[in-house]
Design a protein around this ligand. Structure first.
Ligand SMILES: NC(=O)c1ccc[n+]([C@@H]2O[C@H](COP(=O)([O-])OP(=O)(O)OC[C@H]3O[C@@H](n4cnc5c(N)ncnc54)[C@H](OP(=O)(O)O)[C@@H]3O)[C@@H](O)[C@H]2O)c1
Ligand SMILES: [Mg+2]
Length: 327
């Protein structure tokens, strides 16, 4: 696997080029600010509203999506995946003349054929492996988060150089930029967020909290045990691997973790992960999610509300407020 760092990337290909960031949410804000501070000529494309006001307050040049797409040489699609196809069709496509670059932060709409870019443009991806606000924090601290780059269409013959130059401007060249393709990024990203990162970890915490509190332990104690301390354990794994984490915990925790862990996350869970991966690969998850978005996001909103109303959310908020972590 090829990994690029700052010294391997010549960012001069962006000289004289204008970059439009469409959207100013989690990724849009972080990417626009990082690129601007790296010396890139950035404009933000939005509709009037909250994001527009925030971008103006941050000192960004803001215009409509149509104007930004016309003005820019490189257009970054940083609005929600389910909104991208219609905005692309109605507001971006007309400005995407031959020789320009269309860039994504996730391969979904290209891989699952929801967006069909014209032939004369480069289609690339720079996918930071981090939430936007964390990406911004790392950049401000002089570091960066890793990113994946990929090329789906190379009309100019320079598509990869452009993607790498943007990744460098985002700060990702300090952490490492890995070359991949749209299929692998899309499928591994969806699997990761469903099975381990967001979905897996969420269910692990929810169920651990439920079991402890149902057995009569105080909710605050349960919160500290199965949620708050998770960060400290994950930080150890992040810095020194799984065995590095085990080296730092007690022998009792080492033995208990390794002997009982496989009974908790067992073969049935692994089989479920395989099913989730298959649904990603055969497109049935994408079809379900697109259908949900098309039919008004009712299940989506119900799930969010259910999560917000969990007992652990109430207790956690209180504990975090008392310990000064949250207002
Ligand atoms: N979240 C992450 O950390 C992350 C990580 C890696 C990759 N990605 C990828 O990055 C892309 C962006 O995701 P995100 O989570 O950053 O999105 P997001 O925060 O949900 O995007 C919200 C932004 O999109 C704007 N927007 C929504 N509909 C719009 C419309 N019709 N016209 C113009 N602007 C519109 C919103 O403006 P308003 O205020 O006007 O609604 C807001 O500025 C996705 O492809 C995602 O998969 C995200
Ligand atoms: Mg994702």
């Amino acid at each position: 696997m090829k990994v690029y760092h700052d010294q391997d990337i010549d960012a001069r290909i962006l000289n004289g080029k204008k970059v439009a960031v469409i959207g100013y949410g989690s990724q849009g804000r972080a990417q626009a600010l990082n690129m601007k501070e790296s010396g890139v000529d950035v404009v933000v494309g939005l509709r009037p509203g909250k994001s527009w006001d925030r971008a103006v307050a941050d000192g960004m040049r803001v215009m409509t999506v149509v104007e930004a797409s016309k003005a820019a040489d490189v257009v970054l699609m940083l609005i929600p995946d389910m909104v991208q196809p219609i905005v692309f069709q109605e507001e971006v496509a007309m400005g995407l003349t031959e020789g320009k670059t269309l860039q994504f932060a996730h391969g979904f709409n290209i891989h699952f054929k929801q967006i069909d870019p014209p032939e004369g443009v480069d289609v690339v991806m720079v996918a930071p492996k981090s939430p936007g606000p964390e990406m911004r924090r790392q950049y401000e601290a002089g570091f960066g988060v890793p990113a994946l780059v990929a090329v789906a269409q190379d009309a100019s013959g320079h598509a990869k150089e452009i993607a790498l130059a943007i990744a460098k401007a985002l700060g990702s060249g300090r952490a490492g930029v890995i070359e991949t393709n749209f299929k692998d990024e899309t499928e591994s990203d969806l699997f990761g967020e469903q099975s381990v990162l967001c979905g897996g970890v969420d269910q692990l915490i929810r169920r651990g909290f439920k079991v402890l509190t149902e057995a009569g332990y105080p909710p605050e104690l349960a919160y500290f045990e199965v949620c708050n301390e998770l960060k400290l354990i994950v930080d150890l794994i992040y810095k020194s691997g799984i065995s590095g984490m085990y080296r730092a915990v007690s022998d009792t925790a080492k033995y208990g973790g390794m002997a009982i862990g496989p009974m908790i996350i067992d073969d049935a869970v692994e089989e479920n992960m395989r099913k989730a991966l298959k649904a990603v690969q055969d497109g049935s998850f994408a079809e379900r999610w697109i259908g949900e978005a098309d039919s008004g996001l009712n299940e989506f909103r119900r799930l969010l509300e259910e999560c917000e109303n969990l007992e652990i959310e109430r207790v956690g908020k209180e504990v975090r407020r008392m310990s000064g972590l949250e207002e």
